[in-house]
Design a protein around this ligand. Structure first.
Ligand code: NCD
Length: 304
């Protein structure tokens, strides 16, 4: 039985298979509409979510399966003090697979140690978010045609943004990838990403403050929200929250085929005047999140 806790829990060839299956679903979303008949997905969300939870649930429903779960810690027995380990032991007998989001780094890993069903990390604190990464990889592969030879700019909250940590980790496995890491000094990537991923693998990267000066080099611009809920004080958040605002004027500096991705939710970091630019693919990206999760559920339940 396989769990997905980190984006590298799939080997490169397993990831290729996942993305190929997702592309099949993009072509024909109803192709596997009965394959999960009689199966149940539990979504255990101890933190707010719109896309991740609903796309997991839509994915299971699209496959003909059923869903159960909770969408806040307050409405679960966590509010009474139950441990994740105890919760998952019980859920294992109610469902066939589960997706768990938790504010504490490592909680899904702990759950996987006590689970008899596949556990998928749907975001653990400021750490990882592997299924968002699979969504991002599918978006890049489908719209750009490749995952190699790319210059990718990450902009915004690179310190607390779990989607950034997971996507850097995943992309570092492909050849000729260059990263341009754009953030204020307070929100730079954590040391463990710099040391254990970038330096350890000899990846080419630069850390800069300004977005405009690097815009013309980018094949992909991955914008992120400043993660208010992970700050220790509100004053720092307020000072940093609007450091970057991508607007249509800045888009004129970019390549004609650059893609703008964002895991969403957006706050102010992308002006709505960018939405109609064909290079802005964040809403399409959210749609692909359903397809990649359909593919992942089928793979983990060993149905394909
Ligand atoms: C992201 C998350 O939860 O980490 N959202 C998502 O899952 N699409 C990004 C964010 O909240 O900023």
């Amino acid at each position: 039985m396989k769990h997905i806790i980190s984006p590298t829990d799939l080997s490169l060839s397993e990831l290729d298979e996942l993305l190929d299956l997702s592309e099949e679903i993009i072509e024909d979303p109803s192709k596997y509409s009965e394959i999960c008949h009689g199966k149940k997905l539990a979504s255990l969300f101890y933190e707010p979510s719109t896309r991740t939870r609903l796309s997991f649930e839509a994915a299971m429903l699209n496959l003909g399966g059923n869903i159960l779960g909770f969408s806040s810690a307050d409405s679960s027995s966590a509010a009474k003090g139950e441990s994740v380990a105890d919760t998952i032991r019980v859920i294992s007998s109610y469902a066939d697979i589960c997706a768990i989001r938790h504010p504490k780094e490592g909680a899904p890993l702990v759950a996987s140690h006590h689970s008899s069903i596949p556990v998928i990390n749907a975001g653990d604190g400021g750490h990882n978010h592997p299924t968002q990464t699979f969504t991002d990889l599918l978006t890049i592969k489908h719209l750009k045609g490749r995952l190699q030879e790319l210059t990718i700019g990450f902009c915004g909250d690179l310190k607390f943004g779990r989607t950034v940590h997971s996507l850097i980790t995943a992309l570092a496995r492909y050849s000729n990838i260059k990263f341009i890491l754009i953030s204020p000094k307070e929100l730079k990537i954590p040391d463990y990403i710099r040391e254990e991923i970038l330096d350890a693998k000899g990846i080419s990267y630069v850390e800069v403050r300004g977005l405009e000066e690097v815009m013309s080099y980018l094949d992909i611009l991955y914008m992120t929200r400043v993660q208010r809920e992970r700050f220790f004080n509100e004053a720092d958040y307020v000072r940093l929250k609007d450091t970057y605002v991508l607007d249509s004027r800045k888009m004129t500096l970019a390549k004609e085929d650059m893609l703008v991705l964002h895991p969403l939710p957006r706050v102010n970091e992308i002006s709505t005047d960018v939405d109609d630019d064909p290079r802005a693919v964040y809403f399409k990206q959210a749609q692909y999140g359903v397809y990649v999760r359909m593919a992942l559920i089928m793979k983990l339940l060993k149905l394909v």
